[in-house]
Design a binder for this molecule. Structure first.
Ligand code: ZN
Length: 436
């Protein structure tokens, strides 16, 4: 309950924005490599609408983007006309954009509709700036090598989800035809194929392949790629498949990083193919920048726990902003990402703290392990396993040997008990009800 209350001001804030101006310009998402991010919000009696798209200033491409959004919007409006429920329907468009070799522009749209049911479509547009034309797969991929691509994708999925692959729906959607693989983007070093929900599996799925592994089939100019892979790329890539219908919890670790204990926890997470959220202190970040990068690269989330761990409710507005913003910048310098979550030290918050968080979400917890009090791994594990339930945000600290030890035990135990270990942002994405 604590959690639900906290987030409410942000929801109101968003809706207010919708009343005053329906276009907001933002440009913070690392996955958006081209154009200006335009956001349009609408707050209607029957539905909520949030549309984000890139304004690229490439005439042909911008036209296509508008047409694409319009198609989905029309279909939504048609369906929502007779919608009668207590809640509002919702139409949401978000996107990622990629530029390869200064020439190929790829846009991936995620079109989310919530009417009687939720449904997400994936649509990609690939544009060759040099030829001024849109590309389909066979424009860049040799048709004769299609069988090989299909076989690669097939064995990739079969290895990971053997039970889900033994059926005709999967076999027909993975077969070697252009249509099956025509939803793709060209990243700098690899091509990524998307299969929207209900195609291969109930959930959407992703398959990617480096250009060097298909160099006999594609002819795209090579370019050097920075070694650091930004976090959103990792999160959206195929290692992580989250089943929204299965229970999930978010482990969170506050007050780090500490090289010794944080690293042990990261090892346990990696071994179990699990993720967690680390609410780190800005003051500690530069002691272990490589640990922060590792968090991100392995699909974990970093949240802001302020710079120096002061109780924010005792500080002036200026001081609170400084605690938050210096930490944002410190983390950005190391990871190329701004945290979207803030957890105030001691969970202390008031209206000033919340207003200083601006667009970042203020996050509490629902299960307190009190690891700092017991400093006993068994007690910590018992505290979790005796009370855990779907949707819990679990509080621990990567400050103590006992907490690290407890984490290595509790991570596989939670998985065994059927929980998916996700980040806090993922938990909210799949359980938007927690955000009300
Ligand atoms: Zn703390």
């Amino acid at each position: 309950m604590k959690l639900l209350k906290l987030v409410c001001p942000f929801l109101c804030f968003t809706l207010l924005l919708g009343c005053f101006s329906n276009t907001i310009k933002t440009n913070r998402n690392q996955k958006q490599e081209i154009g200006e991010n335009i956001q349009q919000l609408k707050y209607e009696e029957k539905y909520l609408e949030s549309i984000q798209y890139p304004k690229t200033d490439i005439t042909k491409l911008d036209k296509k983007i508008q047409a694409c959004i319009e198609t989905y919007r029309k279909s939504f409006h048609k369906q929502v006309k007779n919608f009668k429920e207590d809640r509002k329907a919702e139409f949401n468009v978000s996107y990622e954009s990629y530029v390869k070799a200064n020439r190929y522009v790829s846009i991936k749209f995620m079109i989310f509709e919530s009417i009687y049911q939720n449904h997400e479509y994936i649509e990609t547009i690939v544009f060759d700036q040099q030829k001024d034309e849109f590309l389909h797969l066979y424009d860049i991929y040799n048709e004769d090598k299609m069988q090989a691509l299909s076989a690669m994708a097939k064995s990739y999925f079969e290895e990971r989800f053997p039970q889900e692959c033994d059926n005709d729906v999967f076999r027909s959607h993975i077969s070697a035809i252009e249509d099956n693989f025509d939803t793709f983007v060209l990243k700098k070093d690899r091509i990524v194929f998307y299969f929207e929900e209900g195609k291969l599996f109930e959930n959407s799925a992703t398959f990617e392949v480096g250009y060097q592994d298909i160099d006999d089939a594609v002819d795209l100019k090579n370019e050097t790629v920075p070694t650091f892979v930004p976090y959103p790329d990792i999160l959206n890539e195929p290692v992580k498949v989250i089943n929204p219908n299965k229970p999930m919890v978010a482990l969170t670790f506050d007050d780090g990083p500490t090289r010794r204990y944080t690293t042990a926890i990261l090892d346990a997470l990696k071994e179990n193919n699990a993720s967690a959220t680390f609410f780190i202190l800005g003051s500690r970040a530069n002691n272990a920048p490589d640990v922060l990068q590792r968090m991100v690269l392995e699909g974990n989330e970093i949240g802001n726990h302020t710079y120096s761990h002061k109780q924010l409710t005792t500080l002036s507005k200026e001081k609170i902003e400084e605690e938050i913003e210096v930490t944002q910048e410190t983390i950005y310098e190391i990871t190329h990402l701004y945290p979207v979550l803030i957890r105030p030290p001691y969970g202390s918050k008031n209206d000033t703290v919340i207003s200083c968080a601006h667009d970042k979400r203020v996050v509490a917890w629902t299960l307190d392990t009190r690891d700092w009090a017991s400093k006993n791994a068994k007690t910590i594990v018992d505290n979790v396993m005796n009370t855990v339930k779907d949707g819990d945000v679990i509080l621990m600290h990567d400050l103590y040997a006992s907490s690290a030890q407890a984490a290595t035990i509790v991570i596989p135990k939670l998985k065994e008990a059927g929980y998916q270990l996700v980040t806090v942002s993922e938990l909210y994405a799949y359980h938007p009800d927690y955000a009300k």
